[in-house]
Design a protein around this ligand. Structure first.
Ligand code: C5P
Length: 232
């Protein structure tokens, strides 16, 4: 799959539609796309998606669907009806769930990219043990990425540190969307294994997800432009 358009996805982690729109108006849809997650979508609903689309932005609807196949298929279809550019599901929902999600897009001429979450980066070995999984997080990521590919997903969310290995394992066309990005000059905050935008792209990230270094910047437009320049 060829990657076209902006590779920078700005995480709009707000709990108020007005804060989201105030920031979106300062950004350029030619330079970035917007990621809308659970907090903002639960607060503001489809109206926020429509509002930023009207400003010209592509939307990654980051709701990480995980449910029975029929329900996830319906949710993915609803996302496609909203005209989102990318949507995601949990690979741990299984092959039939992912295939149902893929199947739900068959009749759409403009299909959203369908991305899988493998293992949440907040989960370590002891968390996995707690839910009865004895393999390492790395082994589980690789196993679920293979299952996601087999089930027709377009790619996965992963660490930029894993993007190169992901491309080797799953092929260059399998998309990698990587959070945990910090320009060299900014605070890591609660992110642990951070990678600069340049390094992430060099490692094989197709899209980088950046939140606070842009949303909390004094000049978000300048912060965005600096990142875009660094990856061109
Ligand atoms: O502000 P920051 O750049 O850390 O935001 C990163 C975004 O990516 C947040 O929306 C966060 O929920 C999301 N994310 C992440 N790590 C993952 C998956 C998603 O940081 N493994």
């Amino acid at each position: 799959m060829s990657v076209t358009g902006p590779q920078l996805l700005v995480a709009m982690d707000f709990n108020d539609i007005n804060d989201c729109l105030a920031l979106a108006r300062q950004l350029d849809p030619q330079s970035c796309r917007l990621k809308i997650g659970k907090e903002l979508f639960t607060t503001a609903g489809p109206a926020v998606v429509e509002s930023v689309q009207k400003l010209g932005f592509d939307v990654f609807l980051d709701l990480k669907f995980h449910d029975i196949p029929n329900t996830v298929a319906g949710a993915v279809k609803a996302a496609a009806n909203m005209g989102v550019w990318m949507v995601n599901v949990h690979a741990s929902g299984g092959q039939r769930m992912m295939e149902a999600a893929r199947e739900s897009l068959v009749l759409f001429s403009h299909k959203p990219l369908l991305i899988a979450v493998t293992v949440l980066t907040s989960m370590d070995q002891s968390d996995l043990n707690g839910i009865g999984i004895t393999e390492t997080p790395e082994a589980m990521v690789a196993r679920l990425a293979s299952l996601a590919k087999l089930s027709g997903m377009d790619g996965v969310v992963c660490s930029a540190l894993e993007a190169g290995a992901m491309k080797v394992q799953q092929g260059a066309d399998f998309l990698t969307i990587t959070p945990g990005i910090r320009p060299a000059s900014t605070e890591a905050g609660d992110q642990r294994r951070v990678v600069t935008p340049e390094q992430a792209i060099a490692n094989g990230s197709d899209f980088i997800v950046v939140g606070r270094p842009i949303t909390q910047a004094e000049d978000p437009a300048a912060a965005c432009a600096q990142i875009v320049n660094s990856i061109q």
